[in-house]
Design a binder for this molecule. Structure first.
Ligand code: NI
Length: 255
């Protein structure tokens, strides 16, 4: 069944129908979801979702744009949460120079600290990197994030950078963008990368695939991404589903 490796079902966009939607996923062929924290508050709501739904796992962490809220005490709390049985990763963490807020030094500091946390907790990282290719790569190397392993989520760079991450053992998260007309660069990356490093993700409620671009996204649209991967790789859709599910279980270390 399809494994959605990156979702935000605690987002307000799902306020009206969250329960109904999550209850409908199994029949639609979605077997597992990792809900990803992006702040201290959304890490709490993520943990609550994972507690309630057997097929939902949690990632705990603070998104680069929210790192101004971090301090030593909150880092200690995150570390405690890493021990919860359904926590599968530290994320999403990284650098976002598109919004460029808070300042880059703050983002870098907490990216480093959260990588260290993942290494101590022996959890993989979910990396968010936007318009920050060089600094992300430098910190990943300096902090030896490869020891934790993990995924470069919503991968947005070219083949050269993809190769570097793949060589270090990372997975690449592929979502709705792959179906966009102007996604030439990402299509090249998918054509280049080995199937056993590809993870399916929605980043819902964002990044809905064509023909739903701009609408609220959910795991129910992942078959459109499966179809796009199947066409680029020349393999059957059921193989895309089976291989990416096995990849996700291996990366998140779920049995
Ligand atoms: Ni996300």
């Amino acid at each position: 069944m399809i494994f959605d490796t990156h979702a935000h079902y605690d987002d307000d966009a799902f306020q009206a129908d969250r329960e109904e939607l999550l209850d409908s996923l199994k029949t639609a062929g979605i077997g597992t979801v990792v809900n990803v924290g992006a702040s201290i508050a959304s890490t709490k709501t993520t943990l609550a979702l994972a507690e309630r739904y057997p097929f939902v796992y949690a990632a705990v962490g603070v998104h680069p744009s929210e790192t101004a809220e971090l301090d030593e005490e909150r880092m200690r709390w995150l570390e405690e949460m890493c021990a919860c049985p359904k926590v599968a990763a530290v994320g999403e963490i990284g650098l976002d120079y598109h919004w460029d807020e808070p300042d880059r030094e703050t983002q870098k500091r907490w990216f480093r600290e959260q990588i260290r946390l993942a290494r101590r907790a022996k959890l993989p990282v979910i990396v968010h990197s936007r318009d920050a290719a060089k600094d992300t790569m430098d910190i990943i190397k300096e902090e030896n994030a490869a020891e934790a392993g993990g995924v470069i989520h919503c991968f947005s760079y070219g083949v050269e950078i993809a190769r570097e991450y793949l060589d270090m053992g990372f997975y690449l998260g592929i979502g709705g963008v792959l179906t966009f007309k102007n996604a030439k660069k990402l299509k090249e990356v998918v054509a280049y990368m080995p199937m056993d490093r590809l993870l399916l993700e929605t980043d819902c409620p964002y990044m809905a695939p064509t023909p739903h671009r701009g609408e609220r996204n959910s795991s129910l649209y992942l078959p459109l991404v499966v179809k796009a991967v199947s066409e680029i790789k020349g393999i059957p859709e059921e193989d895309v589903v089976a291989v990416t599910e096995a990849n996700a279980r291996r990366m998140y270390r779920l049995s």
